[in-house]
Design a protein around this ligand. Structure first.
Ligand code: MLT
Length: 247
């Protein structure tokens, strides 16, 4: 029973080429991709298709014309100028994903790191989408399922590790630590960081948090993404690649 944590986008390629049979992956992109996905599902979104590129998003839209195009580049909603004429419907602020906007809808989303992290787990037996918003539901699932191999995949920020993702990885590692007899140092480091101080003290030191807090229109995203267990459900990637809410 092994527990591993990956921290940066540099790990995605190796993960995608790894034999992940019998493996459960938990993907974290706290600011803000997985927080936005969980918020959208909480507000009634039917399903979410994560794709790695804008081109893939536009191709998926052609197959699902009723779907909403969502996502960001450099933290901001993707515009017609970036796509050759198609304006995305939503950006990547969780506060945009209201019931009015998303209830009953299929969402297609591409973000800088979070959706790439999800695509890197395509060969896993199970892939869960996690955030602070649904952390306990996720760890409760893991403690019941007892996967033989668990990989916590952090989205990171640009090409670097993201403090907020490491904090959430540490919270998960702490919660399931006793289930595993082989834990890598990245998981141990995340666990020790999480135990070192309250999240609300540590998280504002994250570069991505500081960037969002400096943008008046996005500053409130940080507080939203920091909420503990506001949405008590798990979310998994189905065989067709769609993220769906469980119960
Ligand atoms: C990401 O997926 O890299 C982040 O969530 C980007 C963002 O929302 O600013």
């Amino acid at each position: 029973m092994s527990l591993q944590t990956t921290s940066t986008p540099a790990d995605f390629e190796a993960l995608a080429q790894t034999d992940l049979s019998g493996t459960t992956c938990v993907v974290l992109d706290i600011l803000r991709a997985t927080s936005s996905m969980i918020t959208a599902l909480a507000n009634g979104a039917e399903q979410i298709l994560p794709v790695a590129t804008i081109e893939e998003a536009l191709a998926a839209k052609a197959e699902h014309p009723e779907a909403l195009l969502c996502g960001e580049r450099n933290g901001l909603r993707i515009t017609a100028a970036q796509t050759g004429g198609t304006e995305f419907d939503l950006g990547n602020s969780p506060r945009e994903y209201t019931a009015e906007m998303v209830a009953g809808k299929t969402l297609i989303t591409t973000t800088t790191n979070g959706t790439r992290a999800l695509r890197a787990c395509v060969n896993a037996e199970h892939t869960l989408v996690a955030s602070f918003l649904n952390l306990t539901a996720t760890t409760d699932y893991l403690r019941t399922a007892k996967p033989s191999r668990l990989v916590i995949v952090c989205g990171g920020t640009y090409e670097e590790a993201a403090l907020e993702d490491t904090l959430a990885a540490g919270a998960i590692a702490e919660s399931v630590w006793d289930l595993f007899d082989e834990c890598d140092d990245a998981s141990q480091a995340a666990r020790l960081l999480f135990a070192s101080a309250p999240v609300e003290e540590t998280l504002p030191q994250a570069k991505n948090a500081q960037r969002l807090l400096s943008l008046p229109d996005l500053a409130e995203d940080v507080e939203h993404c920091l909420q503990s267990d506001r949405y008590p459900f798990t979310a998994t990637v189905a065989a067709n690649g769609m993220i769906q809410r469980n119960a």
